[in-house]
Design a protein around this ligand. Structure first.
Ligand code: ZN
Length: 123
């Protein structure tokens, strides 16, 4: 369960930060999650609820900001959205690492981030 371990790390670092500030409570957490992390946001929220129980984070609001994937082509220097292709096996759109302009190989430059943007703590 990828989401659970990732969320656990986030909760741990927020708690650590809160401890440094002698916080009594954590009121809210703002996360930025790139779409190319393929994390299920529902699973993240679910794991969060479990993990914050019996901590000073219990009852805090979790705000998740989703970031679109951004790719860059080294051939034609196109920079923009990730191209999605329907996978015939699963019938779901999967991102391809091909430039939507020239078909060259692109590099992912954004959308893989998973970070804590801010946490609201009450001292
Ligand atoms: Zn290109």
């Amino acid at each position: 369960m990828h989401e659970y371990s990732m969320t656990s790390q986030i909760v741990e670092s927020v708690l650590e930060e809160a401890k440094k500030h002698n916080a009594k409570k954590v009121d809210g957490v703002h996360l930025v999650i790139g779409k190319l992390t393929f994390l299920g946001l529902e699973q993240v929220r679910f794991a969060y609820e479990i993990l914050v129980k019996n901590t000073i984070m219990e009852g805090s609001k979790l705000h998740i900001e989703e970031k679109d994937g951004v790719v860059k082509c080294s051939k034609c220097s196109y920079e923009g959205d990730v191209k999605y292709e329907d996978d015939p096996t699963y019938h779901i759109p999967t991102p391809t690492l091909h430039c939507s302009k020239c078909g060259g190989v692109v590099e992912i430059v954004g959308g893989k981030e998973c970070l804590i943007k801010s946490a609201k703590i009450i001292v």
